[in-house]
Design a protein. Structure first.
Length: 247
């Protein structure tokens, strides 16, 4: 039997208060990570990659909002939703004028209201991720940020290679002809230039497999290319992930 992974929330604030929140969230199916040091929030967020962050607004003026802004501007943490636990009098001043109602919850609040807000943030984050991120196996493309990652390392691609990989990621396991790839890349089919596709694909392969990773781009002789899991052994970790529908 496979157990569902519990979403993890980083709780930051007064020690006694977040200890109570820990009890509440863990009774509702979450796991938690605690800190009473606002300065640790960024390092914990980067290292532990929690699903959510709840910041108790008990620090000096503007600290919770400033930390939220740093989280949102960091490439490794900007995908993590942040909920500020604010006193009513602090919403306008401490939290900042750009704070949306979805970004904070007023204290005091009921336990079920708090966990309901956490679940709502998880759903919103999942929806945003689905719209802005393309994935296959351990390849991740962040469309808004125009970034590509392989096994969590940054992959550097030229503009044409990026668009070709984007097309392959949008059509996993489908064989795309060179003409189809050129149609997206150049805007029109160019028979005389189809061999240029091979050069671009070669560059993509080199960038994706720079650290010895498995080549996931399959060449179909006389046709084109496909982003596929062919060649991944079922016993390999990546092969198991693909078989489970990780892609």
């Amino acid at each position: 039997m496979t157990l569902a992974v519990k979403p993890r929330v980083l709780l930051a604030g007064d020690k006694s208060f977040i200890s109570l929140l820990k009890y509440i969230v863990e009774n509702e199916g979450f796991s938690s990570l605690l800190t009473d040091d606002l300065g640790e929030v960024m390092s914990l967020a980067e290292a532990e990659q929690p699903d959510l962050i709840a910041l108790d607004d008990v620090w000096p003026y503007g600290s919770a909002a400033a930390t939220r802004d740093r989280i949102g501007s960091n490439a490794r943490t900007r995908h993590i939703p942040v909920l500020i636990l604010a006193a009513g009098a602090l919403v306008g001043a401490s939290a900042g004028p750009d704070l949306d109602e979805a970004d904070y919850i007023l204290k005091p609040f009921a336990p079920d209201e708090f966990t309901s807000r956490l679940r709502s943030l998880l759903r919103s984050a999942a929806s945003a991720t689905d719209a802005n991120v393309l994935r296959f196996a351990d390849i991740v493309m962040e469309l808004d940020a125009h970034r590509v990652y392989r096994n969590q390392r940054s992959v550097h691609l030229g503009p044409v290679e990026y668009r070709i990989l984007q097309q392959l990621l949008r059509n996993p396991r489908k064989v795309l002809s060179r003409d189809e790839i050129l149609l997206v890349v150049k805007g029109q089919p160019l028979d005389a230039a189809t061999r240029a596709v091979d050069v671009h694909v070669s560059r993509i392969r080199k960038a994706l497999c720079e650290n010895g990773e498995v080549d996931l781009i399959r060449t179909v002789r006389g046709v084109g290319y496909s982003l596929d899991a062919d060649g991944l052994g079922p016993s390999s970790e990546l092969g198991r992930k693909v078989a489970r529908g990780f892609a």
